[in-house]
Ligand binder design. Sequence first.
Ligand code: ATP
Length: 216
Amino acid sequence: MHVIYGGTFDPVHHGHLRLALEVSECFEGAPVSLVPCHIPPHRGATGATAQQRLRMLQQAIAGDPYLRIDDRELNRGGASYTADTLRQLRCELGDDEPLAMVVGTDAFAAFDRWKEWEQIPELAHIIVVQRPGMTLNPETRPGRLLAERRAGGTEALRHCASGYVLELDPPRLDISATGIRERLRMGRSARYLVPETVLAEIHDMGLYRACPVTKN
Ligand code: ATP
């Protein structure tokens, strides 16, 4: 079972990390690969550069046996499209290995705006994770996709290479990277929202401040 979890990770926070671990546990400790995107196609510029976001991720997961980083989108450059990433992975894994991607309900609600979105279920399973305060409208195209391809449980995904949509509702942490950037911009603390090592990187690199300070 190969599981990827893509995001901007600007910065990575405990909501992401806890979710990745919950997903890994659902699949008996299968590693979850965090895939930082290079340029997110559906949103504005990131607060930190691709290399800074990667560095924070490396700090965040250092020593964790269940979490990995797949930096292929950063190496590929340009806008990051999940369909391209899944196609590459499918070539590497072969036709039979189960492949799944994790998305939050907020991201899945706009799934029909993703490049080649209709191809994605042919390449991978989709694990949709409930995000606090977000319900998926069943009348939308993503809502219908979920209804048509809904998996009864994790077992279905393990026995098939792609094609199911699994809803997971693990205990959630109501943390967002937007909220963290906003706090830091206002000079407030992000402690306990991100790992200490990530906080140290943020301070060392002078990230997310209204006026970046030069370290001497
Ligand atoms: P931003 O606030 O900048 O939009 P974010 O915190 O939503 O960032 P992303 O990197 O954009 O983080 O998210 C990557 C994926 O992680 C998305 O699918 C998103 O739904 C999911 N996600 C982010 N935060 C959480 C959380 N606290 N709990 C569950 N899923 C989350």
